[in-house]
Design a protein around this ligand. Sequence first.
Ligand code: SF4
Length: 473
Amino acid sequence: MNEGGLATPFRERAGRAMRDAFLQEALTIATRKFIGLRREAFDDFPEGDALRDRARAIKEATLQRLDHHLERLVASVEGRGGRVHYATTPEEARAIVLDIARRTGARMAVKSKSMATEEIHLNEALEAAGVTPVETDLGEYIIQLAHERPSHIIVPAIHKTKGQVADLFTRALKRRVEADPEVLTRVARLELREKFLQADLGITGANFAVAETGTVVLVTNEGNGRMVTSLPRVHVAIMGVEKVVPSMTDLMVFLAILARSATGQKLSVYTTLVEGPRRAGELEGPEEFHLVLLDHGRIAQIAGPLREALSCLRCGACLNVCPVYQQIGGHAYGHTYPGPIGILLTAMLQGPASVKDLAHASSLCGACVDACPVRIDIPRMLIGLRREVNERRIASRRERVAFVLLGALLVRPVLYRLAVRLGRLVQRPFVRGGAVRDLPLVLGDWTRARDLPPIAPRTFQERWATLEREGRP
Ligand code: SF4
């Protein structure tokens, strides 16, 4: 499912995902695995907490002087012979890439995994312009074959079991492929090897870009990033403006916590540092290097309520621990970025109206904050979004009326106590086995999948008043 799937209401998309036995199996296996690996990696890393604080402080300081760091980055990249482009919108970013493709006569583009290119829907634009995009990250390759979109920030095909991938390969390659991860990887590697050699254009994202040196940093586990950046004649890297880091020393702080948070590794298998095009005397590397800096609503949020989300490293840890993501997976969110951080990023890129339902797709349990390497307070911003959706009258009328009534009740103690007494009477026919069950009408949504505790026979205030009367508070 993609943004096109938004024609179906979120509730239905989520329900469908929860009834999908294959998806449930794939999600359970993958999220449990990543949670365990992350925990072990940090248990074994006493400096972890201090580095997380340091990383957060670097991100904050960088955002405060983002213009300065971007200017430095531009100067450094151009000093190394690269070209920097600035795109305010996805349309501008696509036009820049297509222009480069046209000018260089590119017919095929190999890509390494990049959420920024997903965000601007680059593949569709390339295809329409007659340039064949080939995803070379295994997960991305799988979903490209399946004509789907990523369902996780770092594990795009997390929603597929190995049996489903084997069926997909069998259909696409017209020969039986075994459901064995090693076999599947070997098959993909053989298919992709030729493409690396044929491609004219290499397109990547960027995990970081170092302002002081003009270095674009790619963190991968498959080595495809190296091939994409060194074999084709032209390399285009596309990144959100917030990915800039001031110095190499700062970069080391992020590298120390990124892979641990994402996959539980001390460091990803490949950390590729790209510095401009091939220089005289060098044996490999592209003839041209382009860096596209993408704004798409980010700059406005430096002074906005979602500012903290600009510190995101896209490690995916908050998705793995989120009880909602664990149940519904990424496609049910319906946008490029799934999970709790995805709700905030979607609101940042497309405005709060785009997440009027998703803003409630969180239990606000705080597991995401605990897992986040830069301690982004996602629940705080989700509550802010809910408030905004309500105040700007984006939420449904029914929802707004419900919250107004609830608010009125909570600030009037006499009314509240009356409502509690009434509630005790009304709930009687529905209390079974220690929980309120099968409430009628719209309230039934609450009790269908939850154990709603009944209103206590005596409230805390009533018990306190009794204790006071008895002189033993
Ligand atoms: S919000 Fe934090 S945990 Fe979630 S993807 Fe971003 S950096 Fe990772």
